[in-house]
Structures are given as C-alpha cells and as structure tokens.
Design a protein around this ligand. Structure first.
Ligand code: ADP
Ligand code: MG
Length: 574
C-alpha cells in the first residue's frame, strides 16, 4: 500500500525557489555545502537523540555521508546515516520554511541579482539550493527507530508542488538524489566534486566518502576513462576544525569554516581561536563578520554561537554564551565540562556557562581592540579599513553594551566612535576628543538628534561653534539610552548640550554672563508674558547666552528626559 499524495509548497517557498534558481546561478556550487551540511546536521541530531535512546542506532552505529554520481542517469546523490525523516517530517521540513523572519526577508529582496544573492546567502537557502543545479529532486528517507516499511519518497521539480509516497527502506537516514540540469554536468565528475566538497566541508567532523576511481585504458579503439572500483574512501579530514591545533589550520580553512557556519559569502573581519584551560575548560572559535545580517535589530534574534559539548553538537544560537550586545559574533564554543543533556534553561544557571560567557566577551573585546589598533597602525589599507567597516555595521549594537555590561564599560567606551561638529565621519573616539579639548574645558559635550544633519544644524551648537568647542553628534536610536549609562570617560564627565543651562565653566566669558543677567532683568516683563502664554508647553522661559544666530531654542530641564528620548518613547507608544 503506497499512498501517494500531492502537496503545495508554502507560498514563500515557491517564491524562494524561483529566486534561488535565478539569482544564485553564479554561485551554484553552494548547493553541495548546503546538502552536505544537512547530512551532517542529521547525523548530529541522531547522536544527540541517542544520548537518551541508544536503540536509534539500530545495527548501524556509524555516522557517515556518502556522495556518488551516475553519469548515465545524470544523478548526483548525497546519502547520510543520520536521523532521517518520517513522512510527516518530510512534508513539513521540505515544503515550508520554518525560520522566523521569512516574510521580512522576502520583502527586502530588490531584484538586483548580486544584492539578492548576498541576502539569500545569509538567510541560508539550505535544501532548496539543490534546485540551482537540479530540475528534479528525489529524497528517500527513513527516520531512525521507525520500521522499514515506513520510509518516505519525496519528489519535486521545484515548481509549486511536491509528491510524497510511502516506500520500504531498510537503511536509516536520507538520500537526496539530484537529477542534474543540462548545464550542471560538471558535477558528474569525481575530481570536481572532491574539490568543491574539500573546500566547503573539510571541517565537517564526520567522514564524507566517495567511491574510489581508477584510470582504465581504452580497448578496441574506445577512449580510456575513470571507472569506479566499488571501494569507498574518505575525502575529508573528518575532524572538527576547532579541535585541530592552530598551526595546522590555514587562513583559507578558517574563512571557509566561517562561511559555512555563518551562511555568508564574505570573509569575516577577524577571528579568535583558543583553548581555555583551568577550572572551566572549553575551546572557542569566534568570528566578527564583515556585514550585519538583515535581522540584527530583531530583539528576539538569537546569537550566532553554536554550542558543542565534547564535540557533540548541542544547539545553535546559544544566547547564554555571549551578552546580547555581541549578538553579531558567530562561531563555536565546545565545552569539556557541561553535561550532554544540557538544556537552554540549565545553561542560564550554569557556573561553567558564566565563566565561558565572561571569557568569550573578553576575547571579542580584545579582537575589536586589535582591529581598532590596526586602524592606526595597520600595515595594509585593508587592515586599516577593517575597524571602520566593523563600526559602520555593528557600532550601534556595541553601544548597547554600555547599559548591559558594567564590568566592561570602560573597554566598550574606548571602542566607540562618533561624528562631531568638526568631523563628518564617525571616527572620533572619546580619547581623541579628550586630547583635543580646549584649555579650561571640563566636560565632553554631545548632542543627540534624529539625524546627524539635524544634530549638526541645531541652534544649541551655536555657542560651542563660536567658542571653537567640539561637540559629539549622535543620531543612533540607542545613543540616548546608551549614553545615559556613561557618566564619565577617563575622569571627564559627559554632558548633553541640550540639557539645562549649559555650564561652560571656565570657558564662559564674564562679560557675556553679565550681559545675560542684565538682559534677563530688562526683559523680565516679556519673559513673564511668554511664560504665561506657554504655560502648558514650557516649564520656563529664560534668556540664554548659548545662541548666536537663532532667536530661540528648546532645551530640556536638567535631569529631564531629552526631547530625543521623549520622541522615541512616543513612537513606541509609551
Ligand atoms: P536548515 O538546515 O537551516 O534547517 P534546510 O533547508 O537546509 O534548512 O533544511 C530544512 C530541514 O529539512 C532541516 O531542518 C531538516 O529538518 C530537514 N532535512 C534536510 N536535509 C535532511 C537530511 N539529510 N536528513 C534529515 N533531515 C533533513
Ligand atoms: Mg541546512
């Protein structure tokens, strides 16, 4: 009894499939990375589930991935001995996109192939990337633990729907059979497959096997060729990259590993690989990406660090391993101490995790400090450009750290960069600012606004400009909040120029002060009238020395909420 049924792809999948086949064309070999990594994930899942249910291994304890091709049939098959899928799982997992943010992702696509390819790469097209090279995909699978007659065959040409039928399948796990398009014949070649898999999957910790081939001379005027020997040989090192000694890992291997786990086409800006010993033992391999993912601002977004325990994959996006202001970091942490059956809840409470989190935070901050150093001392233009790139993408996230990580606040403050009334580029550090302070200047002045242009043209800056005092300009949404946690830098207080009566301290001219006091006296009746007229709108009306060209400006009372923050809260419906 083989019940066949037809199903439609979720609308987003159909749309994605169209895009995948059209915009990833110039990058088509990534399908191998995606399918091999799915095979490897499936083996990881089996190993994980088997911790509590040994029976899942059945009589096949080996976890492996087999890659084979058939020139005559024009098929390429990726088979694994992993967890497999039940009929329902095949329908659910290969017909929908479970990831959150799919709709938002779709709405961001521009139609520009290059930009879209970058986005799609980040999103991780996964299984559907098979359709870049195949005009039909057949998946045969059986879930570990189910009887042989509960296998499933899933077939689709990638055009709107797919068929599912029951099959008999003795071996556990999954075979993905790609029926290659005419223009993808290059993947019917052992050498080509080995080179692509080597590049993308060398770090995979399971053996990836291919059938050995030998050269055979032609007979009876037939040309010679490679023939398969029936013997399978591993084509990767099958040891997780982070477990190898640093000296055995090339720069290219580090980069490829990042691209694989980070779903990124671009190389990272920096990485740090360490084995930490002591009361808590773990290995960390952490990367700083060059580009922000599109959902960086999604507060529900989890981090990018994968947790392993003694080389067994435990979970993706383990947010307990790094504070949220470092959520842009990607990588792997492999603990020697945590129990294999650790849950997300347990992670939050674990002392080992706390130590890992502190250690990893310090690592990331050192990496960033190093990039910042290279900005000044780097040997190449590329090295010099890195911190600026990092800051443009992630600076605003890093600032959240001021309010989130008190222990490292000073280190974070040093990493911040701002535009200022004398610099249009956001490259002024607080230390630079301090070094340029005027004699007698007692505070670091800053102004927040919706945009840099608005900050720059604010009447509140007039007096500062007149006196030649630099003011930092801030227009990131988080600035107001973040800066409220930084009262001083290196002994110098920070002061918003939009608050209260600006006290210019020693920079204030005695004469100016006097003139203002006199004016206040002269205009007292007028001020009273204005105060009366504005009584629901303004708490006070006063004469000021801070304006040079403008007739009036709004300021916030000392200790009051800034206009910027008030506007933000209003937008948020508070
Ligand atoms: P992702 O790997 O990011 O979850 P994919 O599109 O690559 O997304 O795969 C979708 C889902 O299909 C996987 O999450 C998994 O549940 C299932 N799947 C794909 N390939 C396999 C496989 N070889 N074995 C078992 N399940 C698989
Ligand atoms: Mg995948």
């Amino acid at each position: 009894t083989s019940a066949t049924s037809k199903h439609s792809f979720q609308a987003e999948v159909a749309q994605l499939l169209h895009l995948v086949t059209h915009s990833l064309y110039s990058n088509k070999e990534i399908f191998l990375r995606e399918l091999v990594s799915n095979a490897s994930d499936a083996c990881d899942k089996l190993r994980f589930e088997a911790i509590n249910n040994d029976g899942l291994y059945e009589d096949q304890p080996e976890l492996k991935v087999f890659v084979s091709f058939d020139e005559k049939a024009r098929t390429l098959t990726i088979r694994d001995t992993g967890i497999g899928m039940s009929r329902q799982e095949a329908i659910d997992h290969l017909g929908t996109i479970a990831k959150s943010g799919t709709r938002e992702f779709m709405s961001r696509l521009t139609g520009d192939q290059k930009a879209d390819a970058q986005l799609i790469g980040q999103f991780g097209v996964g299984f559907y990337s098979g359709f870049i090279v195949a005009d039909k995909i057949t998946v045969e699978s059986r879930r570990a633990g189910l009887p042989a007659d509960q296998g499933v065959r899933w077939t689709s040409t990638g055009a709107g729907d797919f068929d599912v039928e029951d099959i008999e399948r003795a071996e556990r796990g999954t075979s993905v059979i790609l029926h290659l398009r005419e223009d993808a014949s290059e993947y019917l070649n052992g050498w080509k497959l080995k080179s692509v898999i080597g590049k993308y999957s060398d770090h995979i910790s399971l053996p990836i096997l291919m059938e050995k081939e030998e050269w055979k001379d032609g007979e009876n005027d037939q040309p010679g060729g490679m023939v398969k020997t029936g013997e399978w040989e591993p084509i990767n090192k099958a040891s997780a990259l982070w477990t190898r000694p640093k000296k055995d890992i090339t720069e290219e291997q580090y980069i490829e590993f990042y691209k694989a786990i980070g779903h990124d086409f671009e190389a990272p800006l920096a990485w740090s690989h360490n084995r930490v010993e002591g009361s808590t033992e773990y290995t960390q391999l952490l990367y700083v990406p060059a580009k922000a993912p599109m959902d960086l601002w999604n507060r529900e977004r989890s981090g990018g660090v994968k947790l392993y325990v003694k080389r067994v994959f435990i979970m993706d996006d383990a947010e307990a391993l790094l504070p949220s202001y470092l959520r842009f970091v990607k990588g792997v942490i492999d603990s020697a101490d945590l129990p294999l059956n650790v849950s997300r809840e347990l992670l939050q409470e674990s002392r080992d995790v706390k130590a890992i989190r502190e250690g990893s935070t310090k690592r990331v901050l050192s990496m960033l400090e190093d990039l910042a150093r290279q900005q000044k001392e780097g040997e190449t233009d590329e090295a010099k450009a890195k911190y600026g790139k990092f800051y443009a993408e992630f600076g605003a996230v890093l600032k959240e750290g001021l309010g989130e990580d008190f222990a490292n606040r000073d280190r974070i403050a040093k990493l911040l960069r701002f535009a200022s009334s004398t610099s249009d580029v956001a490259d002024v550090s607080l230390a630079d600012y301090k070094a340029r302070m005027k004699e007698g200047q007692e505070a670091i002045y800053y102004i927040t606004a919706d945009t840099l242009a608005a900050a720059k043209s604010s009447p509140q800056l007039e007096i500062f400009r007149k006196k030649g005092i630099e003011v930092l300009l801030m227009a990131d949404r988080v600035d107001e909040w973040a800066l409220s946690h930084l009262h001083e830098f290196d002994g110098t207080p920070l002061q918003s120029v939009a608050k209260g009566a600006v006290d210019l301290g020693k920079l204030q001219d005695e004469e100016e002060k006097k003139a203002a006091e006199e004016a206040a006296e002269t205009f007292k009746p007028l001020l009273e009238k204005l105060k009366e007229a504005l009584k629901d709108k303004a708490a006070d009306v006063r004469v000021t020395t801070r304006l040079v060209d403008s007739p009036a400006c709004l300021v916030v009372q000392d200790g009051g909420m800034s206009t910027q923050l008030a506007r933000m809260l209003k937008q948020a419906g508070q």
